[in-house]
Design a protein around this ligand. Sequence first.
Ligand code: FE2
Length: 147
Amino acid sequence: MIAVATPSQEDYLEVICRLVQEKGYARVRDIAEALQISLPSVSKMIRRLNQDGLLEVERYRGLTLTAKGLEQGGLLVQRHRIVERFLRNLGVTDEAAVWRDVEGMEHFVGPATLARLNALNAFIEANPSWWRRYLDTASVPDAGRAD
Ligand code: FE2
């Protein structure tokens, strides 16, 4: 569940890409459920994504992404995963907080910052004892709580 107030085109594309990666297609109902949004709103956005050449509507099968949609959506899914890994490395453990914060942050992270976050994740994960020293000295009250 993502539950952003007004999902952006990026949120739709990310969710559709995730569904396509998992099942090979995306259904309107699954998108509506993932974004906590009404079916008519989803249909409206699907028309827009279709006009932008990002997805195709296949009768009886559901939605699939074009090569352009797969490329752009893949980058959005990857961006989500990098920001999510970073928050988990920081010690954020509450699932709702991870989701809410990633969904908020990801739209504002540019490619240069994302590449550096990705490198930092890799460094942290390759040096767990070094990172544990940081986490032990940077104890934050209520770090795991949603609010
Ligand atoms: Fe996301």
